[in-house]
Design a protein. Structure first.
Length: 361
């Protein structure tokens, strides 16, 4: 009898183990990235263009820094959707503020990315960005920032349900300056011909609001961030951190050019030109032009929760910590409160009926 009871208890324990592992899979992640400016090192980085950003990622930064273009989508001052697709005089009646919403991202990403108020994760949530008050790297950031030639780039904290590597979705990380006015994503400089062309550059990812610009006849250019890439954290008996990032720096690159043409005035670099006055044949020559070099950082490391981990690189550094947290036990409550847009969309008679019902109750 005792043997049967022991076997039953062992069976129950085995059945409960996967659920327990799943229930304890939520962790808190904090990341601080900085650049080493003016570093002189012997590393020779190839001018290999970076790979395009995969659409399969979680973006915690864009919802914080992108410009709200809801007014454009709805048509301010009585404009209807077709007004934005035509060049008619009807556009003159549109709100001028709406016309100025062509660029939906800033030219510089703020160093600190955080929610406005303290947040908590619920069962079934995607990664949740936390508030600045929920971070723990204040002393670490202050200490590193005081070092010589260190420039802080990004700091953020989030809560995440860790999954096996095949099910894990990487978190998109980008920071610093947007170089899209001076350079293409692949690193080549933007010429005057490029800036005058009406052909928009193909977006490299489709989850930002800048792709809405084509509806109002403006050119769409995807940002080219100074720091860009992915951080993938997954659980395979142990925790693993996988970096696939690159840091962009302006350098010089030797290219071949024919003396029949003049090197374009590239992003204000007007000094790079060839003299065509004394040559009639197409001769190849080496010239130097600006180039936006993408310096890679690819690492995969097994880590322990609670420990502060430092990822070193000649041109940058990353400080990360994965912390245990109180596990979510309930699903996110459903907010049934109607917003102002929903109320305005209702017929007037229905709104009055709801107001009378609320007053009666």
């Amino acid at each position: 009898m005792q043997r049967k009871i022991a076997m039953s208890l062992a069976a129950v324990a085995c059945l409960c183990q996967p659920f327990y592992a799943q229930a304890k899979s939520w962790f808190e992640v904090e990341v601080f990235v900085f650049e080493r400016e003016g570093q002189t090192n012997t590393e020779q980085w190839q001018n290999t263009p970076p790979q395009a950003i995969s659409a399969n990622h979680i973006d915690l930064i864009s919802p914080i820094i992108t410009t709200d273009i809801t007014g454009v989508a709805l048509g301010l001052s009585g404009c209807i959707s077709t007004d934005w697709l035509s060049n008619s005089d009807e556009q003159t009646n549109c709100d001028p503020l709406a016309k100025q919403q062509a660029q939906t991202h800033p030219s510089q990403v703020p160093m600190s990315i955080a929610a406005e108020t303290e947040q908590q994760a619920y069962l079934g949530d995607a990664p949740v960005l936390l508030a600045q008050s929920q971070s723990q790297f204040t002393d670490i950031i202050d200490s590193i920032s005081k070092e010589r030639n260190v420039k802080p780039l990004l700091h953020l904290t989030w809560q995440q349900d860790m999954q096996p590597r095949r099910q894990a979705t990487p978190v998109r990380i980008y920071a610093g300056k947007d170089y899209s006015e001076q350079f293409h994503f692949q690193g080549s400089p933007v010429s005057q011909t490029d800036t005058q062309s009406q052909e928009p550059e193909t977006p490299l990812y489709l989850n930002d609001f800048s792709n809405f610009d084509f509806m109002i006849g403006t050119e769409t250019v995807s940002p080219v961030w100074q720091l860009d890439g992915m951080i993938n954290i997954y659980l395979n008996h142990y925790l693993f951190i996988e970096h696939d990032l690159f840091l962009r720096k302006v350098t010089q690159k030797e290219v071949t050019a024919t003396d029949k043409g003049t090197v374009s005035a590239i992003a204000g670099y007007n000094r790079y030109q060839t003299d065509t006055s004394s040559t009639t044949t197409a001769q190849l020559a080496l010239i130097s032009e600006p180039f936006l070099q993408a310096i890679p950082l690819k690492q995969n490391r097994r880590v322990r929760s609670g420990q502060v981990h430092y990822f070193d690189h000649p041109n940058m550094g990353i400080v990360m910590q994965i912390r245990r947290m109180e596990q979510p036990e309930t699903a996110r409550p459903i907010d049934l409160t109607p917003n102002e847009a929903d109320i305005n969309a209702l017929p007037k008679s229905q709104v009055e009926l709801q107001d009378n019902t609320a007053a009666t109750n």
